[in-house]
Design a binder for this molecule. Sequence first.
Ligand SMILES: *[C@@H]1O[C@H](CO)[C@@H](O)[C@H](O)[C@H]1NC(C)=O
Ligand SMILES: *[C@@H]1O[C@H](CO)[C@@H](O)[C@H](O)[C@H]1NC(C)=O
Length: 271
Amino acid sequence: MLQQAFLLVIFVTLAATSPIEITPFVVNGTDARIEEFPFLVSLQWRFNDSTFIHYCGGTILNKDWVLTAAHCLNDDDPTTNQIEYGTTVISHGSKGINTVYFERTIIHEKFDPFTLFHDIGLIKTKSPMTIVLFEYKVKLPIPSDYFSTGTPAVLAGWGRTGTDAEISTILQKVSYQIYSQSDCADLHEEEIHYNNICAGIEGGYKGQCKGDSGGPLLVDGVQVGIVSWSNKPCAEPPYPGVFTAVAPYINWIKENTMLNIKLRMFIQIKD
Ligand SMILES: *[C@@H]1O[C@H](CO)[C@@H](O)[C@H](O)[C@H]1NC(C)=O
Ligand SMILES: *[C@@H]1O[C@H](CO)[C@@H](O)[C@H](O)[C@H]1NC(C)=O
């Protein structure tokens, strides 16, 4: 009860006074298909029994666990929220078909809702997600991976197509490149933490907006970042998007899910 009240306070406070806008959807992206990003899911809050509203993205670690941003989990009762998965077009506004409820959420113990430091969290699903058509587990970087300035990257999500626009029910993607930490810090007044990774597109007008939060930044199909925040209005130059880097949190993910990881050129959860 205490914890629920605390989370509710954070949620309300964040909405009202956070110095950082935590609302990163894809602006000026192109239509994508779920087969390209089979691990991508939509987090949806319950409006009533038949209506669920998309509010964040996430990625599938295995059939029971989803990775997302901590700021997507500040809810008083997460068990009424659902995950919609395995679909290009989300049902936003109805119940959906491939859906599963949250069982519980794990927010990084050092998450700071004001600076969005350690903006990473996990969702355990109430029942297993059943995806049979394709390999759906996201690939994660190994802890020592480093992604240099200019590396091509891809962002995908169902976020808003403009600051005041509607969310997109059709999955969108946009090509980005990795920015250097120091350029990213110089461009922003807000603090860029050592566990952030920044990516954007020179010239702007394409990129993340409200509702993309929690979704993935990918390099060669490996999730290197989690959408955390961006300057507003969405995609306005010269600001790149700010992400939680995934590589430094591999052990945190392992300890909190108790899942076995499979180490190759990248990391994936063993079933
Ligand atoms: C849920 O809300 C929607 C949108 O307002 C409405 O159309 C629908 O009838 C409601 N359903 C229930 C079960 O209350
Ligand atoms: C989308 O791109 C067009 C053309 O480059 C630009 O005029 C428009 O401002 C962009 N939309 C947003 C919301 O940035």
